[in-house]
Every structure is written in structure tokens, then in C-alpha cells.
Design a protein around this ligand. Structure first.
Ligand SMILES: [Zn+2]
Length: 415
């Protein structure tokens, strides 16, 4: 199976050597090496055990070689809003302010913003990114330097009669890309019609779905109590509010989806959970993936993320950066450090899994991405190895531009 999937357009053969190779299947190989043929990893092991076979050797010296990082949730549309939105007193206020900022942007601004976001993510060692865009029609104008999973972010709260047309037109744009999915934005902005359409397409096309769920206490107040600032704001703009006053956001989400279709979802945030929500989560057979965004979470001051409980229940927790409208930069290293500050007992190796093997699984790429292993795509990065402390902690501590980057078997010079 393996030989058949080598992309023969890139027939280059090489051995990449480093002081330590972190494979993400439990091994940290001292004086390690990875053999790459074309776009694929052929083997990883001790450099001394490798026959050179006249292969080109790239010696990275005192470096740690590891899989490229995977960002499970971001919105590159808003890269240009970095520093523009000071912390607000409520989540609803933030929505008002970002809407005002968005109104000033043109299509060209968004293209510039998305391109800048891709370049920044790459500088920080991200090789794959799950990116939500509100402008799928702009995707054709963008040539990403890393692997994108494009999700069309769909909001029909102001025009629910257009739900159908919106999903169709987004799907047309997305189908021209390799990896895509749909993102009914959130239960308060995407109608039931829109979400149902997305789900039908997901089943038909075998694509992924993502959404924001139970992010803020205002969302909880809105759905459970039919009150609060988010409830008032959405009522003012004309949203049909008859689904409020009964359920928690999670219960409402689950009520509308069958258990069987949950496996393909990446649910962003999931902060606001009641005890009865945990009972529901326990019963779910097809556990979805969860994208937690530590620094965006801190920016909004949400209630503590229930990492341990969610993980114990079998949910696949990944990290994301969210957008620069609520974060400082697109570094997953900074995201891992912010997570570690909140959860100091979680080993660094487990945290690194949240930006490698866990998001690979969320994107259904667990046999292609996130590890340095035979047959996997050769997406790798190298960092300086500076101390003799735990190698995983050395990785988490990395700050700055990644000095060495390989995507699809090709080394890339980063600006
Ligand atoms: Zn988001």
C-alpha cells in the first residue's frame, strides 16, 4: 500500500539527521534520522543504522526533528484585526465590535489577511491548518504555503431564507479544493435549516463539519434562560428566538443530530457545560473532537475548560489559535504553553499530541499526518535542541521562527 502512495512527482530521496527525532508514537530517538522518498517518510531510526545508499543527507545538527504542527481551529480572515479589539466587558460586545471592524474590510483586505495568516502560521511551524473562512469564494485567489482544510463558515441569522443557497454556493467554491468541510457558525447564528443542509452534504460527500458550541456564559443564558446580552442582541437583529428558554447549548446541539453523525464533527470551545451536559456526553457513542483555544479562552475570560473530564470521557481534545481578533499571534507553541499554565499536571508529551496526532485524527488523517512514521506524509519541522531537559518541554518552550521546515517532502525556506 505504501509504495503506491508515493507522489512520483517528487522523486528526491534523502536522509534527514538530527540530534533527537520525536516521532509522536512514544519514541524520542537520539542521533536519529528519517528517510524521505518523494513526499513520504520511509523510515525513522538511529542514524548509525541507516545505509546511505547515496541518498542526499541533510544534517540538522543539534536539533529536534518533529512532525509539523496542526492547528485545529482558526479564522485567517481576521489576521488583520490583531490588536484592534481590546477586551470587552461581554462576549456580545465583542461580536458588535468585530462586526463593525469587518464592515470596513474589502475582499482584497481579506485575501491579504488570509495570506498573511498562512505565512505567519508557517513561520511558527504549522504545516496543517483547519481554517474557517466566511468567504469561500476567495479561496481560488489564495495559494497556501501549508496544508489547509478549508471550512466555509456559514451564518444566516440575518437572512434565514438564504440558507440553502448559501450552503450550495459555498460547497461549489470548496469543491475546487482538496480538503474541505462546512462550518455552520454557532447555534445562535446558523439556522436549523442551514445546519441540516450542512449535515446532508457532509454525509453525501464524506466531509468534516465544525461549529462553535457552548463558548460563552451568554450563549448558555440565551438557550437555557432566554435572557442575557446575547439573547437581547440577537432578538434585536430579528433572530427567531423560539428555541430559547429550554436547553443548554449542548443539549440543543445533540437533540438536532443523531449520535451516529457526531464522529465527523470538530466542536470548538465547549466551555459552558452543566452537570446534566456531562451525563449526555458520557452517553454519546461516537465521540467528536474538541478544539480548545487556550489564549482566546483567556482573552474572553470564559469559565475553566473541563479538559480532564472531557478527556476521561474519550473526547479527542486538540488545540487551536482561534483568530487574531481574540489572540496575539498564530503560534501553537504559545498555545501549548498557555495550556500548560492552566493544566500543569498534564505531561508536555500529551500537550504536544494536541497539536499533532489529535488534530490529525480530527481531520481523519491519523494515517497520514501528525507522526514521523513509515508511510506518513513528510511534513516535519526542526527546532534547536538547547538543553538536556525533557525534550517535549524543550519543544513547548520554543519561541520565534522555526528554523527548518519541510512540507510534502520538500524543504521550504521561510520568510
Ligand atoms: Zn472560532
Amino acid at each position: 500500500m505504501f509504495a503506491a502512495v508515493i507522489d512520483r512527482r517528487y522523486s528526491r530521496k534523502m536522509i534527514v539527521r538530527a540530534r533527537i527525532v520525536v516521532t509522536m508514537d512514544g519514541k524520542a530517538i537520539e542521533d536519529g534520522a528519517v528517510r524521505v522518498t518523494g513526499n513520504r517518510i520511509v523510515e525513522a531510526g538511529k542514524f548509525s543504522a541507516f545505509a546511505s545508499d547515496n541518498n542526499e543527507i541533510i544534517d540538522l545538527g543539534e536539533s529536534v526533528l518533529l512532525p509539523g504542527l496542526i492547528n485545529a481551529h482558526c479564522h485567517l480572515d481576521y489576521t488583520c484585526l490583531r490588536g484592534k479589539i481590546p477586551r470587552q466587558k461581554s462576549f456580545t460586545n465583542w461580536i458588535r465590535v468585530i462586526n463593525a471592524e469587518k464592515a470596513k474590510l474589502t475582499a482584497e483586505d481579506y485575501v491579504t489577511s488570509i495570506n498573511a495568516g498562512f505565512a505567519e502560521a508557517q513561520r511558527f511551524g504549522t504545516t496543517t491548518i483547519a481554517n474557517l473562512t466566511a468567504f469561500p469564494e476567495l479561496i481560488a485567489k489564495i495559494n497556501p504555503p501549508i496544508r489547509p482544510w478549508w471550512f466555509a463558515e456559514l451564518i444566516d441569522v440575518r437572512e434565514p431564507e438564504r440558507a440553502n443557497e448559501m450552503v450550495e454556493s459555498a460547497t461549489d467554491s470548496l469543491k475546487r479544493t482538496e480538503n474541505w468541510g462546512l462550518a455552520p457558525h454557532a447555534p445562535f447564528t446558523a439556522s436549523e435549516n442551514l445546519s441540516r443542509d450542512c449535515q446532508e452534504i457532509a454525509l453525501r460527500e464524506n466531509i468534516l463539519l465544525t461549529t462553535h458550541l457552548a463558548e460563552s456564559c451568554e450563549e448558555m443564558e440565551m438557550f437555557r434562560d432566554a435572557s442575557g446580552p446575547l439573547y437581547q442582541f440577537l432578538k434585536e437583529i430579528g433572530r427567531e428566538m423560539t428555541d430559547c428558554g429550554y436547553d443548554t447549548p449542548l443539549r440543543r446541539f445533540l437533540r438536532r443530530l443523531g449520535d451516529a453523525s457526531l464522529g465527523g464533527w470538530i466542536v470548538a470551545h465547549l466551555n459552558e457545560l452543566s452537570e446534566s451536559d456531562f451525563d449526555l456526553l458520557r452517553e454519546i457513542r461516537h465521540k467528536f473532537s474538541i478544539a480548545h483555544c487556550p489564549r482566546s479562552h483567556a482573552y474572553f475570560g470564559h469559565v475553566a475548560f473541563q479538559f480532564e473530564r472531557l478527556q476521561r470521557l474519550g473526547f479527542n481534545v486538540c488545540l487551536g489559535t482561534d483568530s487574531l481578533a481574540s489572540n496575539d499571534d498564530l503560534s501553537l507553541f504559545a498555545e501549548m504553553r498557555a495550556f500548560q499554565k492552566q493544566f500543569p499536571k498534564v505531561p508536555a508529551e500529551r500537550i504536544l499530541e494536541m497539536v499533532t496526532i489529535n488534530p490529525a485524527h480530527a481531520l481523519r488523517q491519523e494515517n497520514e499526518l501528525g507522526r514521523i512514521e513509515r508511510g506518513f506524509l513528510a511534513d516535519m519541522i526542526a527546532l534547536p535542541f538547547t538543553t538536556s531537559e525533557n525534550v517535549y518541554q524543550t519543544i513547548l518552550n520554543f519561541v520565534g521562527k522555526v528554523p527548518w521546515f519541510m512540507l510534502h517532502g520538500r524543504t521550504v525556506a521561510i520568510d
